[in-house]
Design a protein around this ligand. Structure first.
Ligand code: G6P
Length: 490
């Protein structure tokens, strides 16, 4: 089997370059080890008239990266428009932030169709396509229009909001129905999967039975596959990173003070304002903690040309400056606020240096920062994770200190508890979380999705046995494709 993975943003195999978003970080080790082709946007645009849409094809571990210049006329409407100003806010239950036009929807559909045409370059009988995230909801249907009969799976990295919220997306019925062209649709949590099934039932009149739905495309399976991380790899990276110059400088700057850390894209779903308010409340209610702890908040800007993101950046800068102005001292800054990205290696070292990890989104598909913070800890002296109940990760990391990100006082109290927690309790909680992380690591996510996609196809399209030569086992766990990208690139 040959696997072609498609996402808008891709990652490069450069450990010292900043990585934006959980999707890229999660897929990188999977592609490197499995030998898949990863197709995505180059970040550049072209007029779309050229015969060869791929700007660049390079190797990535055992796999390959194939980058497309997306059509200039449609890129803005697709990315800043429909994907990030209609779908993203709705998926995160912020339909009040939807701002799109008919042109944006048309551009989104055009880019999905463009990607489908480009993917024909890799189409062979043994290819499986695996589409990632909300940028490409209609890609499966576009491939079917081009008569592609291969298995096509889809995984959503964000939450799926309840049906009445999703019905605020212009053209939602037409668009969401196209998703039934996929053989398998994967979600982060059971709740997301149930919300999607609810949408199909209540808005489109389908019957979902045992996680299966029949449409004019055929049968589609719906299931949850909580995404994980490369636990051992990340732990090793965190241990090595301690000697990284940025990490050493951070540790030296602490002078015995303790550190809380937050690392997020600058996004309204991440609960950044409430987190800063919680620290403000902490220093107000427990003034003895002043000068003993500070928050390092890294907020990497993305989607900056969208109004809601620009507004958040201003509001956050103002709030941080207000809190620092009121609580700070000549030699102590309560909130160390950085508007830039860091490499995975540097972040791993920062996490290991921090006594508390604060991950408090208002709504988040999974949140891999929570998992990375846990994996980075020193087993003898682990830090404490403070985690929002609205992050998908809270379903698994139940021994974190779980908070409601809308309850500022509750968060302030919990951060205080985290700082006071004795080592034996920290170790017990951390060990329980590590057990969960190891059981649901990235390899497990990958293998279970692909195995479910294969078994779904066996039910829906019983076909002569596909050639299985070249299959091997990757790491621990079940059989997974193993294939060399070079065979499909020529
Ligand atoms: C989230 C999305 C990803 C996206 C990432 C970064 O994690 O689920 O699909 O790549 O954010 O967003 P950006 O718009 O900067 O690519």
């Amino acid at each position: 089997m040959t696997l072609v993975v498609i996402s808008n943003r891709v990652a490069r195999a450069k450990p010292n370059e900043p990585m934006t978003g959980g999707l890229a970080a999660a897929l990188l080790p999977v592609v490197e080890k499995s030998g898949a082709i990863w197709v995505g946007s180059s970040g550049r645009v072209r007029d779309g008239q050229q015969r060869e849409p791929f700007a660049q094809i390079e190797s990535l571990g055992r796999g390959a990266l194939a980058l497309l210049d997306l059509p200039a006329a449609h890129y803005g409407g697709y990315y800043e428009g429909f994907a990030n100003s209609a779908l993203w806010p709705a998926l995160h239950s912020r339909s009040d932030l939807i701002r799109v036009s008919q042109d944006d929807y048309d551009s989104y559909r055009e880019v999905n169709a463009f990607m489908a045409r480009a993917l024909l370059r890799f189409q062979k009988p043994d290819v499986t396509f695996w589409v990632q995230d909300y940028h490409f909801l209609a890609l499966g249907a576009e491939l079917r229009k081009l008569d592609v009969k291969n298995p096509i799976g889809f995984f959503l990295h964000t939450p799926w909001a309840p049906h009445n919220v999703m019905s605020g997306v212009p053209h939602h019925r037409e668009l969401i129905e196209t998703m039934l062209a996929y053989d398998l649709i994967g979600f982060q949590t059971d709740e997301d999967c149930e919300n999607f099934a609810g949408y199909l039932t209540l808005e489109l009149g389908y019957t979902v039975k045992n996680g299966m739905v029949r449409s004019h495309f055929g049968l589609t399976r719906l299931a949850a596959f909580p995404i994980g991380i490369d636990v051992e790899g990340f732990t090793a990276q965190a241990m090595r990173a301690i000697s990284h110059p940025d990490v050493s400088r951070l540790r030296k700057s602490l002078h015995g003070e303790r550190l809380a850390i937050g690392v997020d894209r600058l996004d309204y779903s991440k609960g950044l304002l409430n987190r800063i308010r919680a620290f403000d409340r902490l220093f107000e209610t427990q003034p003895s903690l002043k000068r003993t702890v500070s928050l390092l908040q890294i907020a990497n800007p993305s989607r900056g040309s969208i109004e809601a993101y620009g507004n958040l950046q201003c509001d956050l800068a103002q709030l941080v400056s207000d809190v620092n102005g009121r609580h700070g001292e000549v030699d102590w800054t309560p909130i160390r606020y950085l508007n830039k990205g860091f490499s995975q290696t540097t972040l791993a070292g920062f996490y290991r240096s921090a006594h508390v990890g604060v991950v408090t989104p208002l709504y988040d598909g999974m949140n891999l920062v929570a998992k990375e913070y846990v994996a980075a800890q020193n087993p003898a002296d682990p830090g404490v994770l403070v985690l929002s109940k609205f992050a998908g990760a809270a379903n698994e990391l139940t021994t974190a200190l779980i908070v409601n990100p809308h309850d500022i006082d509750g968060m302030a109290r919990t951060i205080g508890m985290a700082l006071a927690m004795p080592a034996p309790e920290r170790r017990l909680r951390w060990e329980a979380m590590m057990t969960k992380l190891r059981a649901g690591n990235i390899q497990h996510w990958f293998e279970s999705f692909i195995a479910t996609l294969e078994s779904t196809r066996d039910i829906t399209q019983p076909a002569p046995e596909a050639p299985r030569a070249g299959r091997e086992t990757l790491g621990r766990g079940g059989a997974v494709l193993q294939w060399q990208a070079s065979t499909a690139l020529h």
